[in-house]
Design a protein around this ligand. Structure first.
Ligand code: ADP
Ligand code: MG
Length: 381
């Protein structure tokens, strides 16, 4: 029988949760999930709508509830309350094998005594697929992850990256509606991890499989995700696109967790329609973005490292004078610690462009940054 295949380069555009309201969501839907271990709340009322074909990442510090959320979707953890839907079907009372989900764990579990080919065939044999169909599927899965020449190898005859690709191929070979990835790339070295991030994202787009990934690596999350759910203490504290999380974090926690930024303590001295004024601990007077912190309250001012400039400030910009006390060369960029006249530290990153003079250790310099890049958050959130 001929089955019409979509062209290999078809991109499945994820629909936003807003366009797929409520019960009609054909992706994954978590509805007020809570999980208690004894009296300890590992998850507190977590609700996430994941659109069909979307790549959603759970990002947060260790212990924030990422794995528990993932396990609640897969069915390896019973939830204390709440509901889980996959393709519109309620699954929270079903065992894992009835949920038909593809899973890749951090410590991948390829069968060491089976060849690559037989590892891939395994989930299909479990499902009673005919041998002829299995051979075809294994061949195309191997092509998908660029391992056609490795079908007969045993896992220990492959590199770490190749093993990870086999694990990925095995998770998607039975066309699951949902793919779960728990820290899938964390065992790989940096360079391989970055190239695997691209492969993973391309493969996920090509297949259009709804994907939930867990990571504690914010750069990885920004690189691969359509949206990111930032978790802290068993709660989703912000669910947004990578751009929004970086540009418009909704709390000090999120601003601090994503990126390596300057953080200055201060007090709000006035509020206007378009922003606020802050006096820092060291006595700098800064203009900042709107904040919900009241006048007189303690705040943290957050500025991204790449938003500083060494040239003279234009009239409305914030600026400071200081001395370079540390500089770190990273090839593509140089990062500086600048001690200001107010004895505060600015973390500044400058792209390493050719033919520009870079400041060096000991230089006294003026730094400026825009009010729109000056984020102000209540400190106690
Ligand atoms: P993450 O994956 O974000 O690091 P987890 O989801 O694994 O976090 O864990 C969330 C919280 O639940 C942690 O505080 C952890 O100690 C706790 N926890 C996880 N599993 C158990 C368990 N089986 N018994 C008791 N507490 C647990
Ligand atoms: Mg975990």
């Amino acid at each position: 029988m001929m089955v019409a295949q979509p062209p290999a380069d078809t991109l499945v555009q994820p629909r936003s949760a807003a366009e797929s309201p409520g019960m009609t969501n054909q992706g994954v839907r978590l509805c007020g999930i809570s999980k208690f271990y004894e009296n300890f709340p590992a998850l507190k009322n977590v609700s996430i709508d994941i659109a069909p074909g979307e790549f959603l990442t759970l990002l947060g510090p260790s212990g924030s509830g990422k794995t528990t959320t993932m396990m609640a979707i897969a069915g390896f953890t019973d939830v204390t309350s709440g509901e889980v839907y996959i393709e519109g079907r309620r699954v929270d009372m079903l065992p894992p094998h009835k949920r038909n989900i593809g899973v890749v764990f951090q410590h991948l579990a390829l069968f060491p005594h089976l060849s690559v080919e037989d590892n891939l065939a395994f989930p299909l044999r479990m499902r009673g697929v005919k041998e002829a169909a299995i051979a075809t599927k294994v061949r195309s899965a191997l092509e998908l992850v660029h391992l056609s020449a490795f079908a007969d190898r045993l896992p220990n005859q492959l590199s770490g990256g190749q093993q990870q690709r086999v694990a990925l191929a095995r998770a998607i070979i039975f066309d699951p509606p949902v793919l779960l990835l728990d820290e899938p790339l964390s065992a790989l070295d940096r360079k391989l991890r970055e190239s695997m991030q691209n492969e993973l994202k391309n493969l996920q787009r090509k297949l259009g499989v709804t994907t939930v990934m867990v990571t504690h690596d914010q750069e990885e999350a920004l690189a691969v995700s359509d949206r990111i759910a930032v978790m802290n203490n068993g709660e989703v504290v912000q669910l947004d696109t990578p751009e929004m999380l970086y540009e418009k974090p909704n709390s000090l926690f999120v601003a601090d967790f994503i990126g390596h930024s300057t953080k200055l303590e201060g007090v709000v001295t006035s509020l206007t329609q378009t922003g606020c004024r802050v006096r820092t601990k060291g006595g700098m007077e800064l203009s900042g973005q709107p904040t919900d912190a009241p006048v007189g309250s303690t705040v943290s001012v957050v500025i991204r490292p790449e938003r500083f400039a060494f040239d003279a400030a234009t009239r409305d910009d914030n600026h400071a004078f200081g001395q370079i006390v540390e500089s770190t060369y990273a090839g593509d960029a140089v990062t500086y610690s600048i001690k200001t006249e107010s004895s505060e530290t600015l973390m500044v990153k400058l792209n390493n462009l050719k033919n520009t003079r870079h400041p060096v250790m000991g230089d006294r310099t003026q730094v400026s940054w825009k009010v729109t890049d000056t984020m102000v958050f209540a400190t106690d959130r």
